[in-house]
Ligand binder design. Structure first.
Ligand SMILES: [Zn+2]
Length: 456
């Protein structure tokens, strides 16, 4: 099947021009100012943007947490993604302590296989580091899983890596290729503050950010960057949330440290006043929502290139699942929805508010994630030979971000007080239209596990 997209404004991370795109089967065949070739379907994209499909490199679908499992699984999560213009996501396979990460990887692929509507990759979560794990690193890289997630927190869950593990993993990926990605917060200080909150009976969710002040993230980022520097390796810091964190990453880059970082929409558009809402407990995330000054620093970090990616850390729990922690934040499973609103949000709050350019928008939500995680040039760009993962985006469509307008299982929207300007008109995954003008038409199980490789 051949498709011709006519008269769109084609935007990549480096170009903007009015023109056409010709799709043959699952791939882009050509693009130019005017293409006149026979096609099975011609789509008029006049007045619309044509961009590469979004890539969300940080999701937690059907993740077991605190005795429950995140509500949106591979099926509803990838459906919501498609409706918001995301055509690839990267989730996690978490090693079970005492077992090989290989087992977790095989099981996770099996879990996702029949449910996904769009393509996906996996990071490997390392929770029980040992010599065998170290030996297996080349095998994971060979299998297309070259990114390894380490948590500096979550001792009780059994996921925490100590400094020696971080050092050894950084050293290993420097030798073998690959990338360490890290959740940077200081667990001991969080525990101390949390104990204080418990002793003082400060269990309302508004105390959650007080139990994890900015320096808790900054200290851990600083430590991770230092270990990266002494190993001569590179690192990717997930969900950077503080002004201090951005400054540390920017400063390390300035010294030549290979420091990469992402932030997420919740840190860009929500702040800790949200915890004062009656339903504030629904919004618990770790790191917590911060202050307006942090938001401003994060936007600046995006525009200056200190932060290269906006991902979502989507991890949803229904009202019912959050309910047991309503009056005790220490019992709340952390996480909110974000994948469906990622692309419209960064457009509406970033581009339309003059904080980033259209090219930067595409870079932050598609091209950079593709490049940093080994998906480029098959994904993350519009070029002959690339997968036809394409979003035709209506820059004027307004959508109020109420749960009934979104496609998650979770029954509330973290952005229910916001309206975005700009929404996908069509989402295409490998040449197939899976969302069109409010209607989802994906085919369950069509999404593929995509092995990811870094060019040498
Ligand atoms: Zn996460």
């Amino acid at each position: 099947m051949n498709i011709l997209i006519k008269n769109g404004t084609i935007i990549t991370s480096s170009d903007i021009f009015d023109g056409d795109i010709y799709i043959k089967g699952e791939k882009i065949d050509g693009l130019g100012e005017s293409i006149n070739l026979p096609a099975d379907e011609v789509i008029d994209a006049k007045g619309k943007y044509v961009i590469p499909g979004g890539i969300d490199v940080h999701t937690h679908f059907q993740l077991p947490v605190k005795g429950t499992v995140s509500a949106d699984g591979f099926e509803s999560g990838s459906r919501a993604a498609a409706c918001g213009g995301v055509t690839t996501f990267i989730d996690f396979a978490h090693q079970v302590p005492g077992e090989s990460p290989m087992k977790a990887l095989d099981e996770r692929i099996e879990e996702a296989k029949n449910d996904v509507y769009i393509d996906y990759g996996l990071h490997l979560g390392i929770s029980d580091f040992n010599k065998n794990v170290l030996k297996e690193i080349p095998i994971y890289i060979e299998r297309g899983v070259p990114s390894f997630k380490l948590y500096m927190i979550y001792a009780k869950e059994g996921w925490m890596s100590n400094d020696a593990t971080i050092y050894a993993m950084l050293e290993a990926v420097r030798e073998q290729g690959g990338l360490v990605i890290i959740h940077a917060e200081n667990p001991y200080i969080i525990d101390m503050f949390t104990d204080r909150m418990i002793d003082e009976g400060k269990l309302d969710v508004k105390w959650h950010p007080v139990s994890r002040p900015n320096f808790v993230e900054a200290e851990a980022i600083k430590r991770a960057l230092y270990l990266t520097e002494v190993t001569g390796s590179r690192i990717y810091i997930v969900h950077t949330s503080t002004a201090e964190g951005v400054a540390l990453v920017a400063e390390a880059k300035g010294r030549g440290v290979m420091a990469l970082a992402e932030t997420c929409p919740q840190y860009l558009v929500l702040n800790d006043d949200t915890y004062l809402r009656d339903d504030g407990y629904l919004f618990l995330t770790s790191p917590p929502l911060r202050k307006v000054k942090d938001q401003l620093a994060l936007w600046k970090g995006l525009s200056m290139g200190a932060i290269q990616v906006v991902s979502t850390d989507t991890c949803t729990f229904t009202r019912e699942q959050k309910e047991p922690g309503k009056d005790d934040f220490t019992k709340l499973p952390g996480g909110i929805a974000g994948i469906e609103t990622l692309i419209p949000m960064v457009h509406s709050e970033g581009v339309l508010k003059g904080r980033i350019s259209l090219n930067q928008w595409v870079d932050l939500i598609s091209t950079n994630p593709a490049k940093l995680f080994g998906l480029h040039p098959a994904k993350g760009t519009l070029a002959p030979g690339s997968d036809a993962d394409i979003v035709i985006f209506d820059p004027e469509k307004k959508v109020k971000l109420l749960p009934e307008n979104l496609h998650y299982v979770v029954d509330y929207s973290p952005y229910d007080r916001m309206t975005v300007t700009g929404w996908p008109y069509i989402t295409m995954s490998r040449g197939k239209t899976i969302y069109r003008d409010g209607e989802f038409m994906g085919e369950k199980g069509r999404g593929k596990f995509i092995p990811r490789y870094y060019a040498d």
